[in-house]
Design a protein around this ligand. Structure first.
Ligand SMILES: Cc1cc2nc3c(=O)[nH]c(=O)nc-3n(C[C@H](O)[C@H](O)[C@H](O)COP(=O)(O)OP(=O)(O)OC[C@H]3O[C@@H](n4cnc5c(N)ncnc54)[C@H](O)[C@@H]3O)c2cc1C
Length: 446
């Protein structure tokens, strides 16, 4: 199988700059609307009142543009994944949510301020303003619940509600814009608003069609076995024409009697291989840790649907450095394993180090495979830590310092594990003089 090619770092920078430029252009244009296409509400205002009202309108328009952007960021667009990586897009989506809320609150405050609290726009005549106020409250509730989702709801229930509510809020926002300001009654602002609506609608529809067309549907699960204490290995035969790079992940949906057809992200732990390699299977290692993953092993005759591949957490995404260091915690080994398997196939001579932390000895589910890797990759050093065994230890700065003392500073680090462990190790690596530019990490939560 041919390995999936990434965009080069220079191409990614080029596309990033172009996207930022287009966004700034749209925001810049939006900022001119209250000044060039003044609404009647501004005619009777002067001095500071006029300035505040204009600024308030600019904030509102920025919030609206970013809301439209938010819909695009939520689409799992393959081309954005190739530029930024889907995990970063989701982080941006979260950050953008707070930005929209901040701008919406600022907009509401600044447009009310010049009128004074005695003249709040209340009553049927002011329904567009009241709709806007209700939108700010709904937005605040929506964004705060999204932030605390892990504490409030099961992920799949939260996700089912999040999308339709998001679209509903966008419709309310559009009604508010069309009716609240006469700047949008005609001319350039009206055309620009329609252009934005049509563009976002088109991107959403094309993304849905693309996802439906490229999802690989209902391939039989070839083998399903329990490895280690609580990990299920699933093997699927590689669909024809499918390619991926080591370290990438898939959205996996299983079809069986006892399992709900939710879509969950999992790393493809196998390696794409190369000419002559045995790449007939896609392998997943799934840790049973929640209501969905706990159901996998009980079902016979499983089938799987796949939307893939995604992610930039791969040594293939950048030029090879003088040394590659993989640091994993628990099930976070899966993307690192995929990369090591691929490096074995490629017979790469770049020096490699694997540092893997597990809680107990019984959690080790790759003993034989690690022996094979060590045999076939003479340039690989492995260090296994058991944190909860007697005499065991964690990967701390002191131990890292000893392990990494001869490692060149330009080496690349790939980290995957629990969030706390990763942020501690990133901090430790920086204390040891490795720069953040050389540290790549993947979180197992989107
Ligand atoms: C890029 C990536 C790669 C991953 N690779 C692996 C892997 O190789 N092996 C492995 O065991 N686990 C992997 N995970 C984690 C795995 O997706 C979750 O453990 C699994 O979805 C939990 O499902 P659950 O319903 O059993 O648990 P729950 O208790 O319902 O969920 C636990 C947490 O998992 C996350 N989660 C649940 N469902 C989804 C979903 N549909 N989309 C995104 N996040 C979700 C949420 O953060 C949630 O809070 C990966 C996650 C990501 C983001």
């Amino acid at each position: 199988m041919a390995m999936r090619q990434f965009l080069s770092p220079a191409q990614r920078v080029g596309y990033t700059l172009s996207i930022i430029f287009i966004l700034l252009l749209v925001l810049g244009f939006a900022a001119t609307i209250p000044y060039i296409w003044e609404s009647k509400s501004l005619w009777y205002k002067t001095g500071i009142d006029k300035t505040l009202l204009q600024l308030g309108k600019v904030c509102g328009l920025f919030a609206a543009v970013l809301f439209f952007l938010q819909i695009i960021l939520a689409q799992r667009l393959s081309f954005l994944d190739r530029i930024f990586g889907l995990d970063r897009i989701y982080n941006l989506h979260r950050l953008n949510g707070f930005l929209i809320l901040g701008l919406a609150v600022l907009h509401a405050s600044l447009v009310v301020l010049p009128e004074g609290l005695d003249n709040l726009p209340i009553g049927w005549k002011f329904w567009p303003e009241m709709l806007g106020a209700a939108l700010v409250v709904m937005l605040a509730f929506f964004i705060v619940t999204a932030y605390f989702r892990r504490k409030i709801l099961a992920y799949h229930l939260w996700r089912k509600a999040h999308r339709p509510i998001g679209y509903l809020l966008l419709i309310i926002l559009t009604i508010h814009i069309f009716n609240v300001s006469d700047s949008f009654e005609g001319g350039v602002p009206l055309i620009a608003l329609w252009a934005l609506i049509v563009l976002v609608l088109l991107i959403t529809i094309v993304a849905k069609i693309y996802t439906a067309k490229t999802t690989i549907k209902r391939i039989p699960v070839q083998s399903r076995r329990i490895v280690g204490d609580d990990i299920v290995s699933l093997r699927l035969s590689t669909p024809s024409g499918f390619n991926y790079a080591p370290g990438q992940f898939a959205f996996l949906q299983l079809h069986g009697h006892n399992i709900s057809p939710e879509i969950h992200p999992f790393t493809i732990a196998s390696a794409p291989g190369g000419p002559g390699a045995d790449d007939s299977n896609l392998e997943f290692f799934i840790k049973r840790c929640g209501d969905w993953t706990n159901n996998i092993e009980t079902d016979e005759n499983l089938q799987a649907s796949l939307q893939a591949p995604f992610g930039l957490f791969s040594y293939g995404a950048r030029p090879l450095p003088p040394m590659l260091i993989f640091i994993g915690g628990g099930i976070g080994i899966t993307p690192l394993l995929s990369m090591l398997r691929q490096l074995r196939t490629e017979k790469q001579s770049v020096p490699l180090m694997l540092i893997w932390s597990l809680a107990h000895k019984r959690d080790m589910f790759l003993g034989e495979e690690l022996n094979d890797l060590r045999e076939q990759l003479p340039n690989l050093q492995t260090h296994i830590f058991y944190t909860r065994e007697e005499g065991g230890s964690r990967i701390d700065r002191e131990r890292l310092g000893i392990l990494l003392q001869d490692v060149p500073l330009e080496s690349h680090f790939y980290l995957c594990g629990p969030e706390q462990m990763m942020s501690r190790i990133r901090h430790d690596l920086q204390q040891l003089k490795f720069t953040s530019k050389t540290i790549f990490f993947e979180q197992f939560s989107l």
